[in-house]
Design a protein around this ligand. Sequence first.
Ligand SMILES: Nc1ncnc2c1ncn2[C@@H]1O[C@H](COP(=O)(O)OP(=O)(O)OP(=O)(O)O)[C@@H](O)[C@H]1O
Length: 573
Amino acid sequence: MHAYGALLIVALSTLLIFIYNCSDQVLVTRERRKAKSREAAARQVRETVQARERWKIAKDIAKKGKGGLHDQLSRTFSRKKSAKSDPLKVGTQAKRGAGDTFLAPMPASSNEQQSAASNIPNKEPTNLTKMLNSLENDPHSNEGFNLQIGDKNIKKQMPKGKNLHTQSQILRYAYGQIEKEKAQQEKNKNLTFSGVISMATEGEVRTRPVIEVAFKDLTLTLKGKRKHVLRCVYGKLMPGRVSAVMGPSGAGKTTFLSALAGKARGCTMTGSILINGKNESIHCYQKIIGFVPQDDIVHGNLTVEENLRFSARCRLSADMPKPDKVLIVERVIESLGLQAVRDSLVGTVEKRGISGGQRKRVNVGMEMVMEPSLLILDEPTTGLDSASSTLLLKALRREALEGVNICMVLHQPRMFDDIVFLAKGGLTAYHGPVKKVEEYFAGIGINVPDRVNPPDHFIDILEGLVKPNGNVTHQQLPVRWMLHNSYPVPPDMLHFADQIAAASSTNTNDPPKPAEEVVDQSFAGEFWEDMKSNVQMRRDHIEATFLKTKDLSNRRTPGVARQYRYYLGRYDL
Ligand SMILES: Nc1ncnc2c1ncn2[C@@H]1O[C@H](COP(=O)(O)OP(=O)(O)OP(=O)(O)O)[C@@H](O)[C@H]1O
């Protein structure tokens, strides 16, 4: 009996060791098979596209040939006909009958032109096109994208997932769509921004709900410490535009993004954030807000594709067909240039995976695949080389073309529409279109020297590294912005307003007073305040994690049980 038991244990252990050692091999083989089927699908789609191209060229040639023959015959017949019809001296064009088929093409009368035009389907510009035209002409216009959250058209505009079941069918569908989009892009190269959108909207492009974020007198104060980390911020982030937040280190850029995303912890927030003009909590839209923090959000033990697919399956609408989810993931892989490493493990500290730059792109991709309406990114290009950051910014630009509102902290000044300059203390020094930033600073006497990048120069001034010329001091810049926009100036900053007024009248410059008085506290008082702020921070965290807010995003994501199933079935397509 004992011998049998021991034998059974040994057999089971051997089996387990065998399974453990073979599991890697099984997974590798499975990955290889998947890669093969993907390559086959891509090849098939490419061949179809090439065949279609060849067919189009042949059709054009045939058409030209037919046109030549048609013209020749037309000339012959029209000579005979005109000789016959000359005596009748038909001044105006007679009605064309069946026998006139071979008549040479004649200039159509205006009536005919009109009727011909009326036969062409009348392509009225869509709402999105109209809006983008107006946005191009007036970037400050309050007219946003017209599609609102809760719009019933959103579902209608979704691409039909078709009844695709097998992996190769789904992949062929995804690659086919991507090839189509590439061809469209190639065609649209010379079009303007609104031209591209109008082409896109006339096709079968899905439109996302839009989020416009306006903030008024937004102030964040550290609980217990009464220190402002963000102060009196006014402005608006528009859908379809890329906004960059810039400023010196410690100015409060990350804090600003966290406040926008509803993730600011340990702070008391005053002022208001309006979503699409309504005073609603940003938490109600969490399902359609993407947030890429500075730290990694990727799973090191999954491959690039698995990470993206897992995020898409858990965060896209549960009603969306699987092929459409695959298409979205493929599109993101393509636009972030991750094709070459799609099957590579992301990696952990112990196990080396993809490079740091690729990892950063996967982080961004994790949020792009959930098709956000508001995408917030904290330094997405940090650590990337120039080519990779250009690629990433281009991918984000394409997202903006779909109406996504993008706001990110950037250090490299390029490829964005609006800019927010934060000065130390979380105060705004400028917020508006990038085109007008130089004009604004020149208006207050700050000119950019030759061969210096304007945003770099302004950040150096805000940091206090470069002294601005004239009577301006870097501490005055936020108050100058408040006065420029007639925003109320906080009482403890009024002396800056007085300095500015005095400087403009007498050209004198008083030494700046300290912005905030430092209150000396006893050890016991400091200890008590620290304790209080720690408890409040914990309470904030628990509230944010466990308290449910009303969802207004109009997206029904899979429940926890289903997400867990996706997690367990990570190798499933
Ligand atoms: N919850 C918090 N608790 C304590 N201090 C905080 C908190 N949030 C923000 N701060 C402080 O606010 C200031 C601004 O921080 P933030 O991370 O927003 O700066 P930043 O502009 O993003 O800087 P960097 O460019 O260096 O990342 C810092 O001094 C930071 O210590």
